[in-house]
Design a protein around this ligand. Structure first.
Ligand SMILES: [Zn+2]
Ligand SMILES: [Zn+2]
Length: 361
């Protein structure tokens, strides 16, 4: 596809306005391409979900359609949590080329853009979390303006997909834009989306039901499955930065929210995650269910992945504060090099500058 690389070509990154933060583009072809791509993805999910509702009310649907939904939900939940998020964004472990490709395809089956785009956007979220430069904060919009609570929740959930700002891939895509598996996934993002939403559910219907189940399984087990799950992924950005508990006093609004964690296979332990972004485990206590973390452990035992990053263990001290069981240098497992988009872990000076800009705005 001729336009497949438009959003990673340096020439496309000409902004029409300056943004206070490095690596954030306002306007220009890259921001327009972002709105078009997210618009196609989201509107197909919404229209397909309305179709699923109509089909459920007017046709006999049953285990064929809903087993496709459940199987696909598990697959894309693993893909997003392990693939887009813990592996491609945060480098929580290492894997060989075949595994990296499989993880990338599994992630893109959720139809939330290419691993390159998702990871670059999410690195920017960590670089500026709830400050000027964050792309989906419930507190501040893409241009750095403060928002009221309800508007903020809406912008952090879906609104940010359609603003005229985007992430500079040259800054946040480091270590990804020259990775052959990442580029393969990026180039094939539309065919993977069509396979996941239409072809896979159709084959499922033929294998377990018959031709009369094809349309219902595509609508329920394809488009509605994507839309239903998307709300939980976006919910971590919106609800997960407003509602829930904070074990760690991070410089953002991130929260641990058990319901979001159950629905996202662990990523809803979002305050833990902001404290230890590189950890392959978002659940830090035994009761913090983290299905994707268990899967990574299983893959590690099977030898499929290695060098798995772990957060230090925490216990409560006599004052009720959470402290590291054995005092570790927590920075060391967190740091990513500049070449890996390491700007996400800005030093104290950068953070102070960002905060000053946020306060001024
Ligand atoms: Zn966050
Ligand atoms: Zn993250």
């Amino acid at each position: 596809m001729a336009t497949a690389f438009r959003d990673i070509q340096p020439g496309e990154f000409e902004p029409t306005e300056a943004h206070p933060q490095h690596g954030v583009i306002i306007g220009g072809p890259a921001a327009r391409a972002k709105r078009i791509e997210y618009g196609i993805l989201l509107s197909s999910m919404v229209i397909g979900s309305l179709g699923a509702l109509y089909w459920t009310l007017t046709h006999a649907t049953g285990w064929v359609e809903w087993s496709a939904f459940l199987f696909g939900y598990i697959l894309i939940n693993m893909g997003v949590g392990i693939g887009y998020h813990r592996f491609y964004t945060h480098r929580a472990f290492e894997a060989g080329p075949k595994m990296r490709l499989a993880i990338g395809i599994m992630a893109q089956m959720a139809c939330q853009a290419s691993v390159l785009k998702w990871a670059a956007d999410h690195r920017r979220h960590h670089a500026f979390s709830d400050r000027v430069g964050d792309l989906h904060s419930p507190y501040i919009d893409g241009h750095g303006k403060k928002m009221s609570k309800w508007k903020g929740l809406g912008i952090a959930h879906f609104g940010w997909l359609f603003d005229n700002t985007t992430s500079d891939m040259n800054v946040y895509g480091k270590g990804l834009i020259d990775d052959p598996q990442v580029l393969w996934c990026h180039r094939h993002r539309w065919s993977i989306a069509v396979f996941s939403s239409i072809i896979f559910p159709a084959l499922w219907a033929l294998a377990f039901g018959g031709p009369e189940h094809i349309i219902g399984t595509i609508l329920i087990g394809g488009f509605f499955r994507n839309f239903f799950f998307l709300n939980f992924v976006m919910g971590v950005n919106s609800i997960g930065h407003v509602f829930g508990s904070q074990r760690f006093k991070t410089k953002d609004g991130s929260r641990n929210n058990w319901f979001m964690a159950w629905m996202t296979f662990g990523d809803g332990w979002h305050n833990n995650h902001h404290q230890h972004p590189r950890s392959a485990y978002a659940g830090l206590m035994w009761w913090e269910v983290d299905v994707n973390g268990y899967i990574i452990s299983l893959w590690e035992k099977m030898g499929l992945v290695w060098n798995v990053q772990r957060a230090p263990k925490y216990v409560r001290d006599s004052d009720g504060n959470w402290v590291q069981k054995k005092k570790l240098n927590v920075q060391s497992p967190e740091a990513m090099s500049e070449d890996d988009g390491g700007l996400m872990f800005a030093d104290g000076k950068k953070t102070a500058e960002t905060k000053a800009t946020a306060d001024a705005g």
